[in-house]
Design a protein around this ligand. Sequence first.
Ligand code: SF4
Ligand code: SF4
Length: 296
Amino acid sequence: MHEVVVLSGKGGTGKTSLTAAFAHLAQNKVICDLDVDAPDLHLIAAPSHVRSERFLSGHLAEIDPRVCTRCGVCEEVCAFGAIDRADGTFTVDPGHCEGCKACVVLCPAQAIRFPERDCGVWHQSESRFGPMVHAQLDPGQENSGKLVTLLKAEARREASRRGLDLILSDGAPGVGCPVISSLSQATLAVLVTEPTPSGRHDLERVAELCRHFRIPAAVVLNKADLDEGQATAIETLCRTMDMPLLGRLPHDPEVVWAMVKGQAITENPDSAFGSEVRRIWSWITDLLFNLPARTS
Ligand code: SF4
Ligand code: SF4
């Protein structure tokens, strides 16, 4: 089984539009949206949920007002300022509680419960492009790396169950924890960038990350015609870092229109942009043919 993860050093490079086009073109795959903080692949893939489960991670202190004696010990021991006192009543601010358990252990009245924290929801779905695994982390919740790991495991399980040989993932932007989790066991990272100084800088950072984890990487330069000088600089970076440049895609308003219509750009048979994406996907499948599968 192969895993292809589409990444970009930052948002707004066209990563999800490209992933959706690949999802339209790829055969025998599970698609996976690993951008759990701000997922949007579902806008094009139109999934119907088959199974939905809450994502529980870490713990949260909860004071039982019927047992609390209002001694104030929890307020003293909480290093995160998470205990609120209003009118003599003690409560926990979920936005500040780090789940360290100090108050639970030290509360003389044993008035503090410590349930698992409900951080979001994940779904196993059927989409226009086949089976899909995706999630939504609740606002302000952390642990996105752990949720990404869960989604990847579910995608592998689903692919194995159906005898599918590819997992195609839309990764999170940036180079943080969810991106590192996205790269785990990936066969190939496709890095989408644009010809700006920040695009080049972010490409370099995510490429370094791939190199660190020994994940082969290839690059797609989107909106390549916006700045020829920066486009050339990115080509030079690709050569320096020994990454194939799979294609230079032009800035094309049609891509945005396809997104507005909830379509992948490759669903329009007359689109020149879509034809170039087809050629890029064909190159990716050639690369996969020569790369060792990472999972079974
Ligand atoms: S330590 Fe326990 S009993 Fe004391 S104020 Fe906090 S919750 Fe109430
Ligand atoms: S679990 Fe830790 S962070 Fe949360 S309220 Fe208790 S002491 Fe504060």
